[in-house]
Structures are given as structure tokens and as C-alpha cells.
Ligand binder design. Structure first.
Ligand SMILES: Cc1cc2nc3c(=O)[nH]c(=O)nc-3n(C[C@H](O)[C@H](O)[C@H](O)COP(=O)(O)OP(=O)(O)OC[C@H]3O[C@@H](n4cnc5c(N)ncnc54)[C@H](O)[C@@H]3O)c2cc1C
Length: 359
């Protein structure tokens, strides 16, 4: 059994803590903020879960499987439907009429034809510009899910499991230095351990281990709003291929997610300055969700958020000589996004047993 210290209580920190504990290790999690969940958190305001940009769960992917494994009650989830997704300049992603268009669509989905506009849009948006075929096929087959409890419900389920097995999560614990089986906190304390797992996002990990290779990311600006109106009608979302912008109404996708009105989650991903991107996204919403600004109940905007790595990812054991393992979507995995996070957490937990213990 090793003593394991996990830095960060986002999805990576929570899932690696669980995987390590299952393998019999003694685990403690340190989180610098006062709340857990990182980019997967949300805040409930009048029953609306206001999150950090649109998130969709891959049906039967690693995260979905993990959540089902730890949950006594199955999460309620409903899919994003292609026949209710509009692609600007093309029409609905899955046309139902005329018959000819519907047949062409079915054929394109079967062959995953990259020339068909529905496949192009699905490739682009299902993985936020990463063109991941697994997620694209999942979107086209109605296998990208929205949870009734919101994305942060996943965090809640993992946190409950950690609590049940007695893994402590200390919030307000900001790790500022890592050296030789030891972490230093901003309040002057230090903690000695056998293995340190950095699950604090790439930017923070690079500050703690400066010789980590460079990784470039798909970045985005996001707007999340609860409205007392339904400006998208019965559409699940609107996609703009040219601008790399999308607006989803999470309440249209899963009516149980919010009490009334709509819960719009919009993202503009790609290059450029956050301020400019955010302004363009707001203008896109003015055009496609008319009047949204006069119906806002609650709102959250982000100028710049990292979604996923676009370049080569770093091996989990890159810094193993210093007693450090890495976890997150920026670490090597066969999967992407939060599914990559879960897959890497499993690998990191398996590595622990092969690490040198503190002398
Ligand atoms: C707009 C957007 C859309 C997305 N869509 C999807 C999607 O559809 N499907 C999907 O699967 N994934 C999606 N993702 C990706 C997913 O949100 C992330 O992969 C996942 O949440 C990352 O989890 P993490 O724990 O690695 O990082 P984070 O969530 O960033 O957590 C890191 C944690 O570490 C803490 N921390 C940082 N530094 C320190 C320190 N020095 N000391 C202590 N604690 C520290 C932070 O406070 C934070 O809580 C999306 C992301 C974004 C931004």
C-alpha cells in the first residue's frame, strides 16, 4: 500500500482517487478552491444548473461506465437528437423530408461520408474541433447524452463514493511546489507522501513541473444562461460551421434539467483573443436566439477556457522519477475529453504499485 496525494479535485482528481483507493492505497485529495469539480462543476440557481459550457456524455464511454459502476441509482440521461439540431445554411442535421434528403443522410451516416454536411458538422462539433470519429458517430446515432442532474451531477456521484470509502478531500489547499515525494502548500504547510498525482490541469502542472513538454489546446469562450423564454423553440441546438459556434438548449434535450424556460449553453471555440470570441458568440446568440438578453434569469460567461489538447499528449509516467504521476485529458490515452480523463486515471492508479516508495 502506498500513500498517495492527489492534487486537484476535478473529474481527474476524483476519478484517480477512486481508482487508487480501489487498489488499496491510502489516498488524500488537495483542492485549491473552496469547491470541487473544476471545469465540470456548476452552480444551482433557482433550480437551473449554471455550468461552464456545454458538456455531453458519451453513452457507454469510460466516464458513463464509471458513473454507472459507482451509482446506486442510474443517472437519468437523454440524447442530443440530430433531427432537432440545425446547421446554419443547411437545415436540420438529420432531414426527415424530402424523402431524398432523408435517404442521402442515412447513406452518409452509414459510410461516415466526410463530404456530407451533416457528417462534417458532427465531426466538428461532437468533439469541439478535434474531429474524433467515435464521438461524431455517437452524435449521429443519438448517443451523446445530457444528464437530468447536469454535468456536475457526475462530480457529486464521484464525491459521494469517495466519502463512503473515507477518502478525505481538503478544499482551500493550494499546492505551490512539488519536490521529492513532498508537496508544499501556499499556507506554509508541507505534506510528505509516496506518490503525488497531479490532476490539476495542464497549466498548473507545468508550473509545478516546469520541464513538462508544451501542449497546445483547443480553447473556447462560453455563455451559459437560464432564461424565462424559449428562443430556440423545440430545437436542441444551432450549429455554425463557419464560425465554430454552437448554442444548445439543455432543457430541450433533457426537460428535467431545469424547472422552466430554457437553459442555453453556447460555445465558440478556436483561435483568437477571448474577448473577441466572446463578443462574436454574444452576437451569434442575438441573431439565433433573438431576445435572449431580455429574458436572463442567471448567467455565466467565460472568456478563455481550455477544452482539450490538440497536440501530442504527455505520458502519465513522464515525471515518475520524482514520484509524480499525471492525470487529465492532456495525458496520453485512447480516449478524449472526460473519457480520456477516466481512462488515464485508471492507468495512473495502475502505475502507483510500480513507483519507488519514499525512503
Ligand atoms: C467548454 C467545454 C466543453 C466540454 N465538453 C465536454 C464534453 O462534451 N464531454 C466531455 O467528456 N468533456 C468535455 N469537456 C472536457 C472536460 O470538462 C474536462 O476534460 C474535464 O472537466 C477536466 O477535468 P480535470 O479534472 O482534468 O481538470 P479541471 O476540471 O480543470 O480540474 C482541476 C482541478 O485542480 C484544481 N487545482 C488546480 N491547481 C491546483 C493547485 N495548485 N493545488 C490544488 N488544486 C489545484 C482546480 O481548482 C480544479 O478543481 C469540455 C470542456 C469545456 C471547457
Amino acid at each position: 500500500m502506498a500513500r498517495v496525494l492527489v492534487v486537484g479535485a476535478g473529474l481527474a482528481g476524483l476519478s484517480v482517487a477512486m481508482e487508487a483507493s480501489v487498489r488499496g492505497h491510502h489516498v488524500v485529495v488537495l483542492e485549491k478552491r473552496s469547491t470541487i469539480g473544476g471545469r465540470a462543476s456548476s452552480e444551482s440557481r433557482d433550480g437551473f444548473p449554471i455550468g461552464y459550457g456545454p458538456h455531453f456524455l458519451l453513452k457507454k464511454g469510460p466516464l458513463h461506465q464509471l458513473v454507472r459502476k459507482v451509482s446506486k441509482v442510474k443517472p437519468s440521461a437523454l440524447p442530443l437528437r440530430p433531427h432537432r439540431l440545425e446547421i446554419i445554411g443547411t437545415g436540420m442535421m438529420q432531414p426527415r423530408k424530402p424523402m431524398m434528403d432523408a435517404a442521402l443522410y442515412r447513406r452518409a451516416v452509414k459510410a461516415h461520408d466526410p463530404e456530407h454536411p451533416a457528417i462534417q458538422a458532427s465531426d466538428h462539433f461532437a468533439s469541439w474541433g478535434l474531429n474524433d470519429e467515435t464521438r461524431s458517430r455517437a452524435l449521429l446515432k443519438s448517443k451523446l447524452l445530457v444528464l437530468k442532474e447536469g454535468w456536475s451531477g457526475l462530480v457529486g456521484r464521484l464525491a459521494v463514493t469517495l466519502d463512503e470509502v473515507g477518502i478525505p478531500i481538503e478544499t482551500g489547499a493550494n499546492v505551490v511546489k512539488v519536490e521529492n515525494h513532498k508537496v508544499h502548500l501556499a499556507d506554509g504547510r508541507h505534506v510528505e507522501t509516496d506518490v503525488i498525482i497531479l490532476a490539476c490541469g495542464y497549466g498548473q502542472a507545468k508550473k509545478l513541473i516546469p520541464d513538462l513538454p508544451e501542449v497546445s489546446f483547443v480553447t473556447a469562450s462560453t455563455i451559459d444562461v437560464a432564461l424565462d423564454a424559449t428562443p430556440l423553440g423545440d430545437r436542441h441546438g444551432i450549429l455554425d460551421m463557419e464560425g465554430s459556434m454552437a448554442i444548445f438548449d439543455m432543457k430541450q434535450i433533457h426537460p428535467g434539467i431545469a424547472p422552466a424556460g430554457s437553459l442555453l449553453s453556447a460555445a465558440h471555440f478556436g483561435e483568437g483573443k477571448g474577448e473577441k470570441r466572446l463578443a462574436a458568440l454574444s452576437q451569434f446568440m442575438d441573431e439565433r436566439a433573438p431576445g435572449w438578453k431580455s429574458h436572463i434569469l442567471h448567467e455565466r460567461q467565460q472568456k478563455n477556457v481550455k477544452i482539450a489538447p490538440r497536440s501530442d499528449r504527455i505520458p502519465c509516467g513522464f515525471a515518475r522519477k520524482s514520484g509524480v504521476l499525471l492525470a487529465g485529458a492532456w495525458v496520453e490515452s485512447d480516449h478524449i475529453l472526460s473519457d480520456g480523463v477516466v481512462e488515464v486515471s485508471r492507468k495512473a492508479a495502475e502505475h502507483i504499485g510500480k513507483m519507488p516508495l519514499q525512503q
